[in-house]
Design a binder for this molecule. Structure first.
Ligand code: ASP
Length: 452
């Protein structure tokens, strides 16, 4: 059995959904289909999910929501018209949205989640109706039927029983159309995953039914070894390990959600990233392991928006519990960190800047200074992380030297170097303004010769 997931652009219009139907029809093993909400039809379009967030916020502000609600309904109406579905489905969708808007607003996060999820939920109903209308026997299945998630306040993830609950779907005779992006707590409260989280739903389903393959359909032919918007004509990645993909998607490889790897990784279901607009292209396969290639580096990614908390204190290395107390201060502010490079008497904690506000930043600095008696404490912003990834890096000497030399030629100072213990990745912290130049320089160093 194959589980396939179709992303927002793949289900954005009637024409796209017809392509989806053809893809599903062309292989009888494609029995479970997870879908996103209608995404952008063109560059300047707005995703239905964003329209719904706007609608939810308007409802919370007690604004008149009629126009915003109608905009969402009209998106589905134009899809239904294009697919020659009668308008019963649009009535169902209108009714559903009205019910959600009238839901309990006392917890704003949950209220917004409920509206956000309407994008995928209604699209799944519509797509199931369309499949049936063209003779493909299909059934909409709600995440209520087993996709149980944890409670607030933690970030949403599937509980272990979700996999057991969803396992019987493997015996389905019909094609199952399952909405991506959300699940229900044990108490029946809807919670959405992170943005882009339909990838996670597909992965949970693939793991639950122990699929032979998880196909993730999007709008690009493959994953590239570097961002094609920055590097000219980068090498296509045919095969990549879970570990490599995880490292790359941490810093900017947004083709596949980084949280989506875990469920399939645990039981070894391979993933194939494919293009709905060009389904015969082989795409990129994400696999447990792959034969070594001549190239030590598989991909280079870069992401901006990092801040670093620098703390120094004489004899820090002798002070039992210093690191724990420092990280406790961040935990108290509900902040997660990415790296902690350290010296004898100093340590930096690197985190995503979007978790910081002027208020929590001031609290952190004061507490570190007073409670840890630090000699120097500074928060600096505007950093990028550049990540070089490759299973083959472990067996290659001189790679860090080559990378550092390539970076130095751009004039950038390396603020931090971190080599993961698995030696599959090498991370460089640099000032944001050098990001693109460094990416190009590193690509030239590790790939250009291969291409020639
Ligand atoms: N529709 C959601 C989003 O825009 C989830 C997804 O498409 O994966 O983030």
């Amino acid at each position: 059995m194959i589980v396939c997931k179709f992303g927002g652009t793949s289900v954005a219009s009637a024409e796209q959904i017809q392509k989806v139907a053809n893809i599903v029809k062309s292989n009888p093993a494609r029995k479970i289909v997870a879908v996103s909400a209608p995404g952008k039809r063109s560059g300047d379009d707005i995703k239905v999910t964003d329209l719904l967030i706007d609608l939810a916020n308007a409802a919370l502000q007690n604004e008149n929501i009629e126009e915003k609600l109608q905009t969402v309904v009209n998106r589905y109406k134009s899809i239904a018209d294009g697919l020659q579905l009668d308008h019963t489905i649009c009535d169902v969708i209108t009714e559903d949205l009205r019910e959600r808007v009238q839901g309990d607003p006392s917890n704003e996060e949950l209220f917004i989640d409920s509206l956000k999820a309407a994008g995928e939920d209604n699209n799944a109903k519509l797509i199931a109706a369309y499949f049936n209308s063209i003779g493909m026997s299909a059934r909409y299945v709600s995440p209520k039927e087993g996709l149980v998630v944890n409670d607030l306040p933690e970030r949403t993830f599937a509980l272990p029983e979700a996999y057991t609950n969803l396992a019987p779907l493997k015996d389905t005779k019909e094609i199952i159309v399952f909405p991506g992006f959300f699940g229900y707590t044990k108490a029946g409260i809807l919670r959405t995953f992170d943005r882009g989280g339909s990838d996670i739903t597909g992965s949970i389903l693939a793991a639950a039914v122990e699929a032979e393959l998880y196909e993730n359909f999007t709008d690009v032919d493959c994953v590239f070894s570097a961002n094609p918007k920055v590097v000219n004509d980068p090498v296509e990645i045919k095969e990549i390990t879970y570990r490599e993909m995880r490292e790359l998607s941490y810093a900017g490889f947004s083709v596949f959600h980084d949280e989506a790897l875990m469920p399939v990784y645990k039981i070894g279901v391979p993933v194939n990233i494919k293009n709905t607009n060009n389904p015969s292209a082989p795409g990129t396969r994400i696999v447990p392991s792959r034969p070594a290639t001549g190239r030590p580096v598989t991909g280079i990614s870069a992401d901006s928006g990092f801040s670093t908390l620098y703390v120094s204190k004489y004899l820090m290395n002798r002070e039992v519990g210093f690191g724990r107390k420092l990280l406790q201060i961040l935990e108290d502010e509900n902040i997660s960190y990415e790296h902690t490079p350290s010296g004898l008497d100093d340590i930096s904690v690197i985190m995503r800047s979007n978790q910081l506000t002027p208020e929590n930043e001031a609290r952190i600095l004061t507490r570190v200074k007073n409670e840890l008696q630090a000699d120097d404490v500074q928060m600096r912003h505007g950093f990028s992380m550049i990540v070089i990834v490759g299973e083959g890096m472990r067996n290659n000497t001189g790679l860090a030297a080559r990378a550092a030399t390539a970076i130095s030629k751009t004039g950038a100072n390396i603020e931090m170097i971190n080599q993961g213990s698995s030696e599959v990745s090498l991370v460089f912290g640099v000032l944001q303004e050098y990001e693109n130049r460094i990416l190009q320089a590193l690509y030239g160093e590790f790939f250009a010769q291969v291409q020639a």
